[in-house]
Each structure stands twice: as structure tokens, then as C-alpha cells.
Design a protein around this ligand. Structure first.
Ligand code: FAD
Ligand code: MLT
Ligand code: ZN
Length: 472
């Protein structure tokens, strides 16, 4: 008999306190980097139940790991191996509460799956622009908890930019109702922005009020072959100039990243695959509120200029929605293809766009010098200066051994280079537990001191997602 588990069963019902059977969906992270052991998985059905669960845990001094879709890239949402932490899954709280058309907002429970929210917005005649490959399983709470980015940031911003209000259960089990939906509110410290990106370490997000946008009339997608990363940066500049606010996506993909899609998803036809004149490809999206003809004319002009100026060596524009979806599907399949290839070292970095080519030239050379034959799975949201600069063992090498023997060395090399180029070691995935011990090396002592003071003030018992973001 465990008095805490008994109390939790009384709060959420015995069916929603899971202790037996296969709990791997809650205990194993998406990348298979860590497998924990939960005391239990608790699945509250509403905000009051979340508050009561947190109060009971606070009384018992038990740690809580908030979890949405468990798609974290940095081992942020699974329990440790102690068997003492509770996973608090928000998945049952999945209602879209209300669309306020005049206010251009939607309010939804934190456990709402992103794709379901996009579809609800679409049914109401609006666009909710947050978009990422995990959208079929990640949740709004997880998106806000990590301040997720994705593929539309160049136009609409990160999850933070899309959020107008939050409802949060504090570490003491109190409910803060901040679901105002106001676009202006300067009444003191911004609590909403404190919780966004805090990775479940300061409070549990139970609902959010989010911005809606008018739906574009048409979204056109192009795929271009490029001779270099310098060319990609030049093409991005042209796209900003010629598409203006229509530029809603600008993704870069290295040939090796695309070759993994070709290898593990042979049913997908990857344009310019293996073309030696195209070490990089980019996917560009143009969203237009006028007409398809207008959007195509804009795209044609852009691509003509790109070819004339040598920023692109070839390009295709999707002829139909189905073709556009296929191109996006190729891009979004890279993480899965990379996972199929084996365990890998991920770096989700941001660098000023102008410095990305020099960063890659320098860091590629350093890595090849230290580990000859190492393979770089390089892709990402170039429009936001966000690269997924990932490192895979040399061909035929043992992936697990590579991780064990080389991860620390590779991380130090890449992160030192990121620092030298004025970048950040986490652009959109967060810190989780994978980067928690790296942060003190790459963040200023003043910033870390402020972060620790905030953690201490909001969660003095240290029960919310301990060991993530900052250590006590
Ligand atoms: P989880 O993984 O469950 O949790 C993530 C973090 O948020 C954890 O620290 C957790 O404790 C915390 N958390 C979860 N719910 C709450 C809550 N209600 N309140 C407080 N804290 C909470 N990320 C990007 O930014 N851009 C991408 O393009 C992108 N693409 C991805 C593609 C794939 C295939 C995968 C697997 C992941 C990708 N991710 C991306 C990473 C991931 O951060 C996002 O998928 C998503 O934001 C996480 O949502 P989730 O519900 O799965 O959160
Ligand atoms: C992406 O952009 O596809 C994601 O951030 C996932 C990844 O980095 O693998
Ligand atoms: Zn990404």
C-alpha cells in the first residue's frame, strides 16, 4: 500500500493511475536515449484534478514529470530510473474549449494534439500556423513547455509568439487563470512568458489561448537544388525580398540527410537525390492571400532570379496540393530516417543566418579532423537560423559505441564552435536532461543565477521535473 497512490486513485479514479503492464510509451523517450521507471503514470481529466494531484505530490514530496505526447528530443518528458517519480500525462485533457472568431483566438486544453487543434482552427475558417513533423502526437502543452518552433516560424514565430494566455497549476497545486486572450496587458511581470519554454519545471500548463490567422488562399511549395550553403543564404535573402510576408517556410536539407530518406523510405521520390551539383536542397513555401496565379508568378520570378544569379542550379514547383504534401513529407521524414539509421548525436542550434555557411565549413572540418569519416546529417529551418547539425557514426560503425565513446567530445567541439559563432546550443528543442550539464558552460553565470532564483521561488521543493533545464 502506498498512501500517495491511494490518494491519487481517489482524485483521478483507479483506472487513471497506471502502475502495471507495459508503460514504455510513457517511460521511454522518442529517440530511445533513455528508459526510466515511473512510480505511476497519472492521467487527470481536468484542471481541478491536476491541481489536486500536484497538492498530494507536494505533501508527499514526490517528483512530477509533466508529459504530453512524449516526443521530446532532449529526454525532457520521461521519469528517471529511480521508480519514485510520477509521470503526469495530460493526454486525457484534449478538448478545444472555444474559438473566439472576433478576437482571432482559440482556447484549448494542454493535452490537445497539435494536429487536432490545427484541424479545429481550419474548420472554423482560420489557420493555426504552428507546424512540425510530430504534430500528429505532440500536444499544445508540450509545444508551449518547449517553446516549439517548427516549419512556419519564419512568418509566424515560435509557440511563444502564438500564445496569448495560459492556465497553469503551480507547484503548490494552485490554479493561475491567465487565459485572458488579451493582446496588450502590461500589468507587471509576464507570467505567461515565464512558463513558456520552462519544460515543466515551473508549473503545469493545463490550457492555453492561442492566436489564429486568416487562412491563405493558396500555399505553393518549391524545391530547389543549390550549389552551397552560401547560395542557400543568398536565396533566402531573395525570397524575403520577393515573397515578403508570403514566405512561410524555408527549410534546408543536406544531401546526406536526404540520402537517409532515400535509403529508409525508398517509396518517397526525393528530387535531386545524389546530384553532385546539389550538395544542398531547400524547400520554400509561398502563402498567398490573393490567388494561385499571383503566387505562381511571384515564385517563377524568384526562381528565375535564383537560377540567373547562381543561387540555385535547378528547381521544381509543386503542381498540386498532393505534390506539395509529398515534398513536405520528404522533409519531415528526415528525423525518422535518421532514427532508422541508428542512434545519433543531435544538435539543435541557432546561429545568425549570415554566419551559418562559415560555421558549417569550420565545424565540418574540425569534426572530420577529429573523427575521420563521421557523417553529418545537416538540415533545418534556415529561415530562422536554426540548424539540426547532427552527427552519425562513420558508415558501418557501431552507433551505440559511437555514442558512448564520442558524444562528449563531439558535443564540446560543436557547442564551442556555436559559441564562437555567436549562437545558441538549443534553438527549439529545449534543454531537457540531455543538455542540462552543458548549459552552465554556455550560458552566463548571471543568467543561470536568475534562472535558479526563479526555480527556487516557484518550486522551492524542487518537485517539478527535477534535473531538467537547471539543477538546484
Ligand atoms: P513532451 O515530449 O511530452 O514534453 C516536452 C517537454 O514539455 C517536457 O519537458 C515536459 O515535461 C514538458 N511538458 C509537456 N507537457 C507539459 C505541460 N502541459 N505543462 C508543462 N510542461 C509540459 N520541436 C520543434 O521545436 N520543432 C520541430 O520541428 C520539431 N520536430 C519534431 C519532429 C519529430 C519527429 C519529433 C519526434 C519531435 C519534434 N520536435 C520538434 C520536438 C518536440 O519538442 C515537439 O515535438 C513538441 O513540442 C513536444 O510536445 P509533446 O507534447 O510531445 O511534449
Ligand atoms: C525537425 O526539424 O525535423 C525536428 O526539429 C526534429 C529533428 O531535429 O530531428
Ligand atoms: Zn526542427
Amino acid at each position: 500500500m502506498n498512501p500517495l497512490l491511494d490518494a491519487l486513485r481517489r482524485i483521478v479514479g483507479a483506472n487513471h493511475v497506471l502502475t502495471d503492464g507495459d508503460l514504455s510509451a510513457y517511460e521511454q523517450d522518442w529517440r530511445k536515449r533513455a528508459r526510466g521507471k515511473a512510480l505511476a503514470v497519472v492521467r487527470p481529466g481536468n484542471t481541478s484534478e491536476v491541481a489536486a494531484v500536484v497538492k498530494a505530490c507536494a505533501q508527499a514530496g514526490a517528483s512530477i514529470v509533466p508529459q504530453g505526447g512524449n516526443t521530446s528530443m532532449v529526454v525532457g518528458a520521461v521519469p528517471d530510473a529511480s521508480g519514485t517519480q510520477l509521470v503526469l500525462s495530460l493526454q486525457r485533457m484534449n478538448t478545444v474549449r472555444a474559438v473566439d472568431a472576433a478576437n482571432l483566438t482559440v482556447t484549448a486544453d494542454a493535452g490537445c494534439v497539435l494536429q487536432n487543434l490545427q484541424e479545429a482552427a481550419d474548420r472554423a475558417g482560420y489557420l493555426f500556423p504552428l507546424s512540425l513533423a510530430a504534430e500528429g502526437s505532440c500536444t499544445i502543452g508540450g509545444n508551449l513547455g518547449t517553446n516549439a518552433g517548427g516549419t512556419q516560424v519564419v512568418r509566424y514565430g515560435n509557440a511563444r509568439d502564438l500564445c496569448l494566455g495560459l492556465e497553469v497549476v503551480t507547484a503548490q497545486g494552485e490554479v493561475w487563470d491567465g487565459l485572458s486572450g488579451l493582446r496588450k496587458d502590461n500589468t507587471g511581470y509576464d507570467l505567461r512568458d515565464l512558463f513558456i519554454g520552462s519544460e515543466g519545471t515551473l508549473g503545469i500548463i493545463t490550457a492555453a489561448t492561442l492566436k489564429l490567422y486568416p487562412r491563405p488562399t493558396v500555399r505553393l511549395t518549391a524545391w530547389a537544388a543549390l550549389p552551397s550553403l552560401d547560395a542557400a543564404v543568398a536565396l533566402l535573402g531573395l525570397a524575403h525580398t520577393h515573397l515578403g510576408a508570403g514566405l512561410t517556410g524555408f527549410e534546408v536539407m543536406g544531401q546526406f540527410a536526404l540520402s537517409l530518406v532515400g535509403r529508409h523510405m525508398p517509396q518517397l521520390r526525393v528530387p535531386f537525390l545524389g546530384n553532385p551539383a546539389a550538395p544542398y536542397c531547400v524547400l520554400i513555401e509561398n502563402s498567398d492571400h490573393e490567388s494561385e496565379a499571383h503566387a505562381r508568378a511571384q515564385f517563377e520570378r524568384l526562381l528565375e532570379l535564383a537560377l540567373a544569379q547562381g543561387c540555385a542550379s535547378d528547381a521544381v514547383v509543386a503542381e498540386s496540393l498532393a505534390q506539395a504534401r509529398q515534398l513536405w513529407h520528404i522533409r519531415e521524414s528526415i528525423p525518422l530516417a535518421q532514427a532508422e539509421e541508428g542512434l545519433n548525436i543531435k544538435h539543435d542550434i541557432s546561429i545568425p543566418v549570415s554566419r551559418i555557411p562559415a560555421f558549417c565549413a569550420t565545424t565540418d572540418a574540425l569534426l572530420q579532423r577529429e573523427i575521420p569519416g563521421v557523417r553529418l546529417v545537416n538540415f533545418g529551418h534556415l529561415g530562422d537560423g536554426n540548424l539540426h547539425y547532427n552527427v552519425q557514426a562513420p558508415e558501418g560503425g557501431d552507433a551505440a559505441a559511437f555514442l558512448r565513446d564520442r558524444e562528449a567530445q563531439v558535443n564540446t567541439l560543436v557547442f564551442d564552435s556555436v559559441l564562437a559563432f555567436g549562437g545558441s546550443i538549443s534553438a527549439e528543442h529545449g534543454i531537457g536532461s540531455l543538455k542540462v550539464d552543458k548549459l552552465p558552460h554556455y550560458k552566463s553565470p548571471v543568467a543561470l543565477g536568475l534562472m535558479r532564483a526563479i526555480k527556487q521561488a516557484l518550486d522551492p521543493q524542487g518537485i517539478l521535473n527535477p534535473g531538467r533545464v537547471v539543477r538546484g
